[in-house]
Design a binder for this molecule. Structure first.
Ligand code: ADP
Length: 598
């Protein structure tokens, strides 16, 4: 990496709710750590400020030490608060630990305290720490709604105190979460919530904008109030004209209006959010400071050539280890079938069976019905699929548990049929599914309705030979699965950036994705002749099952019919550079364009 010359070196403090690996829930944690490390390696100074969640294991932090004991304002009181310093994955981190109940509990999110109020507290506590210690970075980089109030607090409060130097960058990783806030909640962190819910604030902010740009410290935001209509957030509305609902302020919108630069995590998601969605009108009004920068992956953490979680290492020019990883995972999960089944001339060796993985939070955004359809269709195609995911919604959790325990269709249809011409059926616990079934060396043919007769032939998903549904969070397993996979599936309904396709590619898994957001910016269809140079996967557009099936059919056909081409594609995707090398410099350009040179 190119280290910048001294005069260009800047100090960035990230203020964030997540950081990988100690407090990671999704991509946000990866992005903060990856970007911080990329900037550090270029010679910049970077700190991350993070709540000291009770669930963070202290042994994962190096050189942990208390650095500041101070008080910060919250809800009419000054709350004793401690700041600790430590190092995580080579990045200096400042942990904020309040003496109240905030951030206690087993998990990063979902504690028994009020989450919104906890992050309002945290946003102010970080600025208060800078004020108390006199640390003034060039850039305060905030992320998501959780820290969306920080830019407001900065410009409307701490600029009038002693913080003058920092400028604020706000990255939106996912617009679905808008940080809905009542004005009395906003008031708890010391701002006058009612001001932000009034029309006057528009005029005030416009005047401020004019003034600040005249004296050269551009606030660079068009001032609009934070409130939303009763329709919020479902309809895209022009919030200048329709009646406001002062009880539904949005911290995300506040962050957009009050930051010097706003970034979202891919060029396509930027376009999508300008065209539709609840924040479109606000983003359009702030278009000149709104940028789309693709996330990168941390290629040190995600490196199949050195990955400690893998049973065999590999890389693009030495790919053999990948086969071992696949066999290891198949063995470990009981997906190996070897030898010849009677009556069938073709030996059945599972390493030739295409293995597709899907590693994801199980939420609507990720295309749940397409994931379940892929499980079904992969089995129909005689492939194997492994899902690694967690569901925060109990209903989704149950649905996938049921699926894990339900009947599978059968294995290897295309092999059974030409050899034996057998038709059969498999029966679900509740419903009857017509399909084809071969059982050991005997073929049984049943008609629909004969449910009891076939009961003993049930093949349960998690015991059969085609599907594993693993409802858990496991960093270690995720590394092994990416390494084992021939393909990685990301059928998202929308996807701001998506990391799984980039990680998958680095580990030689060819992506099968829906064309949306960052997926559209990183995966280009093999069968589209205009993509010749950049083609690296399989892409579908519709959100219907047919569109997904068609992409899977094409991927499986390529895998089976053109093994040499497939192998070169595996090599090609492993060589694609989706690291922060490319994209960190775009962030640094933005930092430089807004920072104040003293
Ligand atoms: P999002 O941020 O919406 O969750 P991304 O694709 O940006 O989606 O990032 C998801 C990250 O979380 C990836 O690193 C993925 O491997 C990881 N991940 C998701 N679910 C699990 C899981 N159950 N176990 C391990 N890692 C997971």
């Amino acid at each position: 990496t190119d280290i910048e010359n001294d005069s260009n070196l800047i100090h960035i403090i990230h203020v964030t709710a997540e950081m990988a690996p100690i407090a990671k829930v999704g991509g946000l944690g990866d992005v903060v750590t990856g970007l911080a490390r990329a900037c550090l390696s270029r010679g910049h100074a970077v700190d991350i400020m993070l709540p000291f969640y009770e669930c963070i294991q202290k042994q994962q932090i190096n050189d942990l030490a208390l650095i500041t004991a101070y008080v910060t304002f919250y809800d009419g009181n000054w709350v004793p608060t401690k700041a600790y310093r430590g190092v995580v994955s080579g990045v200096p981190v400042i942990f904020i630990e309040p003496s109240n109940e905030f951030f206690k509990g087993q998990y990063v999110y979902g504690g028994s305290y009020n989450e919104l109020e906890a992050y309002l507290f945290f946003s102010r506590a970080c600025l208060e720490w800078m004020q108390v210690t006199g640390v003034q970075p060039d850039i305060i980089h905030v992320h998501e709604w959780q820290t969306g109030a920080l830019p407001l607090l900065y410009w409307d409060m701490y600029q009038n105190l002693s913080l003058k130097k920092p400028r604020v960058v706000f990255t939106i990783h996912n617009m679905e979460h808008y940080g809905e806030c009542r004005k009395d909640q906003l008031s708890k962190c010391g701002l006058d919530g009612s001001i932000y819910a009034s029309v006057d604030k528009i005029l005030l902010n416009r005047a401020l904008l004019l003034l600040t740009s005249l004296i050269g410290i551009a606030l660079n935001s068009q001032g609009y109030i934070l409130c939303h209509t009763n329709n919020f957030p479902r309809k895209a509305i022009d919030d200048r004209t329709i009646g406001h609902n002062p009880e539904r302020l949005s911290l995300l919108k506040g962050g957009v209006v009050y930051s010097n630069a706003v970034v979202t995590v891919s060029p396509t998601y930027l376009k999508e959010t300008l065209c539709s969605g609840w924040l479109a009108s606000t983003l359009l009004r702030n278009r000149e400071k709104y940028f789309g920068i693709l996330n990168g992956i941390d290629t040190v953490i995600w490196d199949p050539a050195t990955d400690v979680f893998l049973p065999a290492k590999f890389h693009a020019r030495k790919p053999e280890g990948k086969k071992i990883c696949k066999y290891y995972v198949q063995r470990g999960l009981g997906l190996v079938l070897e030898g010849t089944l009677a009556g069938d001339p073709v030996p059945y060796i599972t390493h030739n069976v295409p293995l597709i993985v899907c590693i994801t939070r199980l939420v609507a955004q990720k295309g749940l019905h397409l994931i379940t359809q892929a499980i079904k269709h992969t089995a129909e195609l005689g492939g194997q699929m492994i899902v690694l995911g967690t569901a925060s919604d109990a209903r989704v959790q149950r649905e996938f548990e049921d699926l894990a325990n339900s009947v599978i269709y059968l294995r290897m249809i295309e092999r059974v049929l030409p050899a034996n011409g057998i038709k059969g059926l498999a029966v679900g616990k509740k419903k009857i599914i017509v399909s084809y079934l071969q059982v050991a060396n005997d073929t049984k043919i049943f008609s629909t309705g004969a449910e009891e007769k076939v009961d003993n032939l049930l093949i349960v998903h998690n015991q059969g030979s085609s599907t594993r549904i693993l409802l858990m969070y496991s960093e270690e397993l995720s590394h092994m699965l990416y390494a084992a996979a021939d393909m990685v599936l990301i059928p998202s309904i929308y996807e701001p950036c998506g990391l799984a396709q980039m990680i998958g590619m680095r580990y030689g898994a060819v992506p099968v994705v829906r064309k949306t957001g960052g997926l559209a910016d990183t995966v280009f269809d093999m069968d589209d002749s205009t993509n010749h140079e950049i083609a690296n996967g399989f892409v579908f557009e519709g959100i219907d099952e047919g569109s997904l099936n068609c992409a899977l059919d094409r991927a499986f056909r390529h895998y089976r019919e053109k093994p040499d081409e497939w192998n070169s594609m595996v090599q090609k995707v492993m060589e694609i550079d989706n690291s922060w090398n490319n994209t960190a410099s775009k962030y640094i350009e933005i930092y430089n364009s807004i920072r104040v040179r003293w």
